[in-house]
Write a protein that binds this ligand. Structure first.
Ligand code: XLS
Ligand code: NI
Ligand code: NI
Length: 448
């Protein structure tokens, strides 16, 4: 491997990714697979550095915990940091590996679920103790490395007790347990200076409406979110709460189906002041939307908070969570993000996994480097489209008839339906006007 730029490890600490040094920006001409070609963290793009625009985070669950198991077979990756039998030792080894990975990639953030950090114990009291222990360790590692927490969350979907939902479970006893778990995850997120907190409604949904009181479950979910938000605010948490939409999987129907559904829900239950959206690429496509569409819907409501970066597969219909590699798709997304003034409080979390047969530790680097460079390239392309091309003007011109005269009067609420009828009668059949889609597409491709 050409790249052996060392990083500082604490004395005595195991180096897990031997032979990989700090990943540096080497420019588009570099042949080094362990280098960035486009991500230059200090490069200024439209007044902000790439690092500030993109706020990349490593996802603890996929990169440190996901060993490749699927419904047809067990894990394939013998991660050396998962070998210790003792849960606290295992958690510390995993955290050493996590910080080595994040630091070598030169990324500013990580994200976790509570029990990604340390295995769940057999009582709430034991869990609290474990989370405090690993939380103290995380605090040291964060201080030493400068890596920060983009968001924390609680895993309310893996344990069998949540098989009928967490906040929406028909059994109040389970709802209380979810409450206890979220309280601990909030405490930990706040303790670590987390900038945001995420709710992804893993099993908040239903398999059959025959046994489900949907209206009541939705009201419970809203009540639960209010309680969590009120508690966190009382503890001094200033960050944003995110809801992560997903239409299905693991539930047949998830309540947080897509951006539009979630925004309607937040508005109905008076949560829109504190909650924004964490939009995930593969969840958008599962909902039969484009990623760009989901971002735009969130942005329209001033609620575009954060992104889970990944991609689906054109040929199958589940959450494959592959690393992003489609520059055009991400350029279209970056156009929406830049035009809406950037992500509101969040960043770009690589909620993506290497394939089951990508079993080398190096593969974690190739995957992240690829995804990071795709976003960096897309940022450059989108910035150029917005600042150098006629794109905005072309789009604005399609609406020029609303900029003055009757069209402007309509927009500002000064016309009645009878006025529309009168104006139509006076003007006669409208001219046919082309939408120019191919021209727009060619323009975007020129910069990709
Ligand atoms: C699963 C979700 C999950 C959330 C965090 O599909 O993407 O990973 O991001 O709970
Ligand atoms: Ni996600
Ligand atoms: Ni997902």
């Amino acid at each position: 491997m050409a790249n052996l730029n060392p990083i500082n490890l604490t004395t005595g600490q195991t180096e897990y990714f031997k032979g990989v040094g700090k990943i540096r920006f080497e420019g588009p001409e570099s042949d080094n697979p362990m280098a960035y070609r486009y991500y230059d963290e200090h490069k200024l793009v439209g007044g902000k550095t790439m690092r500030e625009h993109l706020k990349f985070a490593v996802a603890y669950w996929h990169s440190l915990c996901g060993t490749g198991g699927d419904p047809f077979g067990p894990g394939t990756k013998a991660f050396p940091w998962l070998q210790a039998g003792d849960p606290v030792q295992q958690a510390k080894d995993k955290m050493d590996a996590a910080f080595e990975l994040i630091t070598k990639l030169g990324l500013p953030y990580f994200c976790f679920h509570d029990f990604d950090l340390i295995a769940e114990g057999d009582s709430l009291a034991e869990n609290e103790k474990r989370l405090q222990t690993i939380g103290a360790y995380a605090k040291e590692k964060m201080a030493a490395s400068g890596v920060q927490l983009l968001w924390g969350t609680a895993n309310l979907f893996s344990h069998p007790r949540y098989m009928n939902g967490a906040a929406t479970n028909p059994d109040f006893a389970v709802v209380t347990h979810a409450g206890a778990q979220v309280k601990m995850a909030l405490d930990l997120t706040i303790e670590l200076g987390g900038e945001n907190y995420v709710f992804w409604g893993g099993r908040e949904g239903y398999q059959s409406l025959l046994n489900t009181d949907m209206k009541r479950e939705l009201a419970h979910m809203a009540r639960f979110l209010h309680l969590a938000k009120d508690y966190a605010r009382q503890q001094g948490f200033k960050g944003t709460f995110f809801i992560e939409p997903k239409p299905m999987e693991p539930s047949k129907h998830q309540y947080d189906f897509d951006s539009a559904t979630v925004i309607g829900f937040l508005r109905e239950y008076d949560l829109l002041d504190d909650f924004k959206l964490n939009v995930e690429v593969n969840h958008a496509t599962l909902a039969l939307h484009s990623f760009q569409h989901e971002l735009q819907v969130a942005a329209n409501a001033g609620a575009l908070g954060s992104i889970d970066a990944n991609r689906g597969d054109y040929q199958n219909g589940w959450d494959t969570d592959q690393f992003p590699n489609n520059i055009l798709e991400i350029t279209e997304a970056m156009l929406v993000i830049l035009e809406s003034g950037g992500l509101q409080g969040g960043g770009i979390n690589f909620d993506a996994k290497t394939r089951r047969n990508s079993t080398d530790l190096d593969d974690l680097f190739h995957a992240h480097i690829g995804g990071i460079d795709v976003f960096a390239r897309a940022l450059l392309a989108a910035d150029a489209i917005l600042s150098k091309s006629a794109y905005r003007q072309m789009r604005r011109e399609r609406y020029a008839s609303f900029d003055s005269g009757d069209g402007q009067a309509f927009e500002s609420g000064k016309l009645q339906l009878t006025d529309l009828a009168r104006i139509a009668g006076r003007n006669g059949e409208p001219e046919i006007r082309s939408g120019k889609q191919e021209l727009f597409e060619n323009l975007v491709n020129r910069y990709v």
